[in-house]
Ligand binder design. Sequence first.
Ligand SMILES: N[C@@H](CCC(=O)N[C@@H](CS)C(=O)NCC(=O)O)C(=O)O
Length: 216
Amino acid sequence: MTILYSFRRCPYAMRARMALHSQSLSVELREVRLRDKPPSMLALSPKGTVPVLHTDAGQVIDESLDIMCWALPATSAWFALLPLVQQRQLAEAFDANFKPLLDSYKYHRQDADWPLECYRDAGAECLQDFEQRLRTQPYLLGGQPQFLDLAVMPFVRQFAAVDRQWFDSQPQQRLRQWLDAWLVNPLFTGAMTKFPQWREGSSGETWPLAGGHANQ
Ligand SMILES: N[C@@H](CCC(=O)N[C@@H](CS)C(=O)NCC(=O)O)C(=O)O
């Protein structure tokens, strides 16, 4: 069975799990602690980041967007509104621009170059493009959820969660509604199942459990 090394709270792992879940692809999920990475995972992918997918065909995929692309066929409804290549470019640009701001905001250090509010406001500015898109449509690319929605949702969630009161008070109300809808979507809630830490030599959890949610 295909194995997924994952960490529940990691947004990269969340996007990978959502993509796998959407296809009802069953994997052996190995819940990792970042401070105690399993040697078998490091042997497959020495860079030591999660998620890592080890397919039953022997392929190792250790970038979250690659795992999503492995799970979601390019001909599926997840790419109906914009081809894979372009959606992927948008997701990569989002990672490059938004993630550093998110980290500087969420893990703000006393010795940072700028006050917390600067990173927070720059992050919100980055999200303004999404707000703009959502003014005329329910999802980022149109009337149905796409690869891009799955790819960015866990990061927007983290951003909002740093100070939910502040986030809710912002003019970006369409983004707030889009996020709130995702937070109760079975694709997301199903991807957030809690598992105990996987121990080397033991068998992981089969996930999702039989009868899980199949979307598109
Ligand atoms: N570009 C990678 C980034 C993955 C990543 O950085 N994951 C974090 C957890 S959210 C990680 O594993 N960090 C390693 C560590 O903290 O030791 C991907 O898209 O999969």
